[in-house]
Design a protein around this ligand. Structure first.
Ligand SMILES: CCCCCCCC/C=C\CCCCCCCC(=O)N[C@@H](CCCCN)C(=O)O
Ligand SMILES: [Zn+2]
Ligand SMILES: [Zn+2]
Length: 512
């Protein structure tokens, strides 16, 4: 008994000592942190664009039903009309002697802006013209009506976030540049694919072929849609987080199928094909893939730690002691998609009639693969978890591993610094963070042109009230967000010309 008591006392003393050391370490980190970040002042000398003129063009763009349903299956009529609308809406862009525009594979748009200094490697800004379908009965607004909120501050339509806001914002920024009589030093491309939502095989892939054929084999950097400025990602965090996607997760579509004897439902087997398949799916949902707390996650957590309230600041700034706890916390909510391969059962089919034993049942699972894992690993583990020979697991075409991680040291890697500094011009108080994009983009078609490939959408989204609208119901965008996006791209075009950026103040970011 005395021994046990001694052991408990020793353990308690150790715990208290560890907590005291953690608190002292957090205090020292906090006081030694560089002075409060001097926000990068919006460089007004570069001009600032309001969204007043853009807003009606954006609303019109949202009304084209440019829906992609499957590879090579999309609304050609509305795509054609949308591209015609874009060409007609920016006459000063397409009449400029510095701008060339090409329709690629009938519906994609490649805009080439020539730079004064041909020795500078051009960059590419990507966006896409297509959208995912609308389940109208779930919406409170017409999915393609572009209806506004009463005060006109918000518009509702499919594509408002993903991704017509970037199409319009990039064109508005270019239009403003040209209206000021500016020809950039560094040339660039605006690459608008028309089938991103179904893999980009007819759009971005063909734009990439066109660039290659023209002898464009190198791009300074590529920037496509991606992570946004995230509001209220974690409770208590005073700053919004601007995620810059320096890689993107892989994507694996798996077909799970069960074939069994049919027959009369009055003489059923113990389990029908639907029951067998459902049990397999339930196992996969109950046994999620492992949490992976890699270096990028480690850096990210440490970067936001000192802004967290007590005691979270102590916990997150002492990962040497609290890493398992923090890892479990990240595995909850939307941040889970960053720290593990996710599993989503997205399709299920089975059964013919109420009185017929279903001979077959099938389902599709979409895994978004963590950058530290591979397709093969995921399939092997799934098979082990299901552990039922009656269930056939088949990978579907179009799966791919995670992308290479783009260099993202803010001092050594100019393209990353360019995007980060431009973001801080528009959003001076955010914490910028290199992170994996949890979804996929057309960048898969541009990876051979540059190792500097980034995924960021320069708008602010409240994690709780906005994220579910992407591919979901009542997608919407505020006028303020459209305005910020336009100015982000305009400042990016201006900043891309200089090797240094307008303001070298030490931003508050998660970079090393
Ligand atoms: C600690 C950080 C936690 C991050 C949490 C995630 C925050 C996510 C924020 C924004 C996500 C926006 C995603 C926008 C890009 C989506 C593009 C898209 O829909 N792509 C499709 C392509 C499909 C291609 C055919 N397979 C997709 O990914 O499904
Ligand atoms: Zn999408
Ligand atoms: Zn998209």
């Amino acid at each position: 008994m005395r021994k046990a008591l001694k052991f408990v006392c020793a353990l308690l003393s150790l715990l208290i000592a560890l907590l005291v050391v953690s608190c002292i370490r957090t205090f020292l980190l906090t006081v030694s942190r560089s002075a409060a970040p001097t926000p990068c002042h919006r460089n007004e000398s570069q001009g600032y664009i309001t969204s007043e003129d853009a807003w009606p063009r954006f609303k019109k763009a949202l009304q084209f039903r440019t829906v992609s349903n499957a590879p090579h299956v999309y609304n050609r009529k509305d795509l054609q009309e949308f591209v015609t609308f874009l060409l007609q809406s920016y006459p000063q862009v397409f009449q400029s002697p510095h701008v060339r525009r090409d329709i690629i594979n009938e519906y994609s748009l490649l805009i080439s802006v020539s730079g004064k200094n041909r020795s500078l490697t051009p960059y590419l800004l990507a966006a896409h013209l297509d959208v995912v379908p609308v389940v109208q009965e779930e919406w409170t607004h017409d999915g393609f009506g572009a209806e506004e909120e009463d005060d006109g501050s918000m518009v509702y339509a499919r594509g408002a976030i993903d991704d017509k806001s970037n199409v319009i914002a990039q064109l508005e920024a270019l239009s403003f540049l040209i209206s000021k009589g500016i020809q950039p030093q560094r040339g660039f491309f605006l690459a608008f694919g028309h089938d991103e939502e179904v893999g980009g095989h007819d759009g971005a892939a063909r734009i990439a072929e066109e660039l290659w054929k023209r002898g464009i084999h190198d791009l300074d950097f590529v920037l496509d849609e991606g992570l946004t400025v995230l509001k209220d990602l974690f409770q208590g965090l005073p700053n919004n987080i601007a995620g810059i996607g320096v890689t993107e997760k892989g994507s694996l579509h798996l077909n799970l199928s069960v074939h069994s004897e049919g027959g009369h439902s009055s003489m059923p087997p113990k389990q029908t094909s639907i029951g067998i398949l459902s049990a397999a799916l339930a196992k996969l949902e109950a046994n999620q893939h492992d949490i992976i707390f890699d270096e990028m996650t480690h850096n990210f957590v440490e970067s936001i730690s000192l802004d967290m309230p007590f005691p979270l600041n102590v916990v997150t700034s002492n990962l040497w002691l609290f890493k398992p706890l923090v890892a479990r916390a990240l595995a909850k909510g939307v941040s889970e998609s960053m720290v593990r391969t996710t599993t989503a059962v997205t399709m299920f089919q089975g059964g013919l009639k109420p009185n017929v034993i279903p001979p077959t049942a099938w389902a599709v699972i979409n895994h978004r693969i963590h950058p530290k894992q591979t397709i093969a690993e995921i399939i092997d583990r799934n098979r082990a978890v299901v552990n039922d020979k009656r269930v056939t697991i088949t990978p579907l075409p179009g799966s791919y591993n995670a992308h290479p991680v783009s260099p993202h040291h803010p001092k050594k890697d100019r393209p990353y610094r360019l995007i980060r500094d431009t973001l801080l011009q528009i959003y001076p108080n955010v914490v910028t963070a290199p992170l994996p994009l949890v979804a996929n983009t057309d960048t898969k078609h541009y990876l051979s042109f540059s190792k500097h490939v980034f995924r960021h959408n320069p708008i602010v989204l409240d994690v709780k009230t906005e994220l579910h609208r992407i591919h979901g119901r009542d997608e919407r965008l505020s006028k303020a967000n459209l305005e910020s996006a336009i100015n982000f791209y305009y400042h990016l075009m201006m900043n891309a010309d200089s090797d240094e950026h307008p303001d070298k103040s030490h931003s508050h970011s998660s970079e090393l």
